[in-house]
Write a protein that binds this ligand. Structure first.
Ligand code: ADP
Ligand code: MG
Length: 584
């Protein structure tokens, strides 16, 4: 493939020189069938790889308009293309050349979830892949010939092989896009049908292992099958090819708004179902097994998270005055307990606008969830600051519009507050609502003495912008994701292990940058956290994720962001150890 002379000239000139000479590559080059941008050059062969973009003209790529004629179809096709590039990388880097990451190519394509991301961009005029490449070196010397092979041959071949429609499996591409579009369409239908979630018959919920997000396979896997009384049928936007021909609707279990209890014996699949609902806020790739598990995007997983920091949260609805008369109207702690952290998680989710809560007994604080009659006899109500969740869950729905799906196999106290009870047995759901009601009527649960005051309005809070400092020493801004559940933010280390709906390290990275961006742009002396989240979402919608890196820390190449939800951004802010908030 013949190439832009200037690129070849530079590579020949710097061949054999110190690695720093690669900096001369910055710029734009017209290759024969694509355009190459070198945005950021790594400092040495072992540093984070260099950032380049490769662009193919739409005139050549010929991606059919119909495949990306709406926002969701475009997102789906971009995601599909990024995966396609990733799948073809092994063919493009035939051998190792040189030290460190020499000759390696990376793209930030997704896992089982399909997220808005910046690794691949579709435009009227072009399609562009954002890659990271290891510029080849021998020791710390430039390997010019190898770099020429990488930039003038391997990368263009990768781009043309992945992005030009002629080379596609058309049916697979169309199926991917239709599948994602249908998932988002079903998500809209949840509203129409008064549901918070839907699980289609035939879904495969269990995962391969605790370390793998791929579907469990084998003859022991029990596909989901809905009991008749909970069955709903939802329409698809585009008919899909099923085992028995084209299908226009899907049948499955609808989880209505309100309070739903999932009960059943240990090891019968309760947590697996709940985890599928947690992830169901995002679309999934075809074949995941959970692609037709659709949750309201406003569902937030709540768990106990002792040790987390809490800043000025009114948890008095759940936890009254603490020992030594400490008020809980504005509760702060550097080391919250199981119950206070769980209460704070709920109040913060409500503040951020949650439509519903997902709770699992496995990760809840027992004393936060229930308090039985015998314990009430031993420890008087006036000595127990906690109003258990069972006494608040209806109020949350009736007065705050917040639904709950709760997994609880160990305690029947929730029978009389649940609108629906689903029992799992051998991974199969059964509608046990009326049975549970009868049991509850026979054995009346003793409510707390005296009427506790209602939770009341969730008070808004104003974050103080000074408490967000992303600088580190003399370096102005330093933000990075250290895995899915940790961000280093300036000098601080932000621990996010409690956020079970953060699924991609690129989302985590975006969360870090979003915090910084909001401190710089969107915070003000009167701006509440909820308003800041609104502004951020508007910003993402109108400007796109590319703009997150407004400080161009990464050059003009933001190829590794994925969109986080507002709830995870809020949760990260809420966990900053330096955070100061003012209650309105
Ligand atoms: P529980 O929360 O009720 O104790 P889990 O959801 O943790 O149960 O599931 C127990 C085990 O059963 C897990 O290893 C899980 O992968 C497996 N499992 C869950 N659902 C299914 C299913 N539908 N088919 C086969 N195995 C399943
Ligand atoms: Mg469990």
């Amino acid at each position: 493939m013949s190439s832009d002379r200037s690129l070849l000239n530079i590579l020949r000139r710097i061949d054999g020189r110190g690695y720093g000479a690669y900096k001369d590559l910055h710029g734009r080059y017209e290759l024969e069938e694509c355009t190459l941008f070198v945005d950021h050059v790594q400092g040495d062969p072992f540093a984070a790889p260099s950032r380049i973009r490769v662009r193919v003209d739409m005139g050549l790529a010929q991606l059919p308009d119909g495949l990306w004629d709406s926002a969701v179809r475009r997102l789906a096709l971009e995601d599909y293309l990024a995966r396609r590039v990733r799948a073809r990388i092994p063919r493009a880097e035939p051998r190792r050349r040189g030290s460190g990451k020499s000759g390696k190519i990376f793209i930030d394509a997704g896992g089982q979830e399909v997220l808005e991301r910046t690794a691949l961009v579709l435009d009227e005029d072009f399609v562009e892949a954002r890659l990271q490449v290891g510029l080849p070196a021998a020791g710390r010397r430039v390997l010019g010939r190898e770099a020429e092979q990488l930039l003038c041959s391997d990368v263009p071949r990768l781009a043309l092989g992945s992005l030009v429609w002629e080379a596609f499996d058309e049916a697979e591409a169309r199926n991917f896009v239709d599948c994602i579009e249908n998932q988002e369409y079903l998500r809209e239908q949840l509203q129409v049908y008064g549901l918070v979630a839907f699980v289609a018959n035939g879904s495969i919920l269990p995962r391969e292992s605790g370390a793998s997000d791929r579907p469990l396979r084998g003859s022991d896997v029990v596909p989901f099958d809905t009991p008749e009384t909970l069955r709903v049928q939802l329409p698809l936007a585009t008919p899909m090819e099923g085992p028995e021909g084209l299908v226009e609707t899907l049948t499955g279990m609808g989880i209505p708004r309100g309070v739903t209890l999932v009960a059943g014996g240990g090891y019968h699949g309760k947590s697996t179902l709940l985890r599928a609902l947690e992830r169901g806020v995002y679309p999934h790739v075809p074949g995941d097994g959970r692609e037709w598990v659709i949750s309201d995007p406003g569902l937030v997983k709540i768990r106990a998270e002792d040790g987390r920091r809490v800043e000025s949260v009114d948890i008095s609805g759940f936890i009254g005055a603490l020992p030594q008369g400490r008020s809980t109207r504005s509760f702060s702690s550097d080391d919250a307990s199981g119950s206070t952290s769980q209460a704070a998680n709920i109040v913060e989710a409500a503040e951020a606008g949650a439509a519903g809560l997902l709770l699992d007994e496995d990760t809840s604080a027992t004393n936060f969830m229930v308090r039985d009659a015998r314990m009430k006899a031993l420890v008087h109500d006036r000595d127990e600051p906690i109003t258990p969740f069972v006494e608040r869950v209806r109020e949350l729905y009736e007065h705050h519009g917040i639904s709950t799906v709760l997994v609880m196999g160990g305690c029947g106290d929730y029978f009389d507050v649940a609108d629906h009870v689903v029992v799992l047995r051998d991974f199969q759901p059964r509608d046990a609502t009326s049975e549970a009601r009868r049991i509850a009527d026979r054995q009346v649960r003793e409510q707390s003495m005296g009427s506790r005051k209602p939770i009341g309005e969730i008070s808004a809070r104003i974050p103080q912008a000074e408490s967000f400092d992303a600088s580190r020493g003399r370096r102005d801004v330093k933000i990075d994701a250290r895995g899915v559940d940790r961000i280093s933010f300036g000098r601080a280390d932000l621990e996010l292990r409690g956020l079970e709906q953060l699924v991609d390290v690129s989302q985590t990275r975006a969360v870090g940058y979003a915090i910084h961006l909001s401190a710089e742009r969107f915070m003000g002396p009167r701006t509440t956290l909820a308003e800041i989240l609104d502004r951020l979402e508007n910003f993402f919608d109108s400007r796109g994720l590319d703009e997150l890196d407004v400080f161009h820390r990464t050059g003009h190449h933001p190829g590794n962001f994925a969109r986080p939800r507002r709830f995870e951004i809020a949760a990260a802010i809420n966990r900053l150890r330096s955070l100061r908030m003012e209650q309105v």
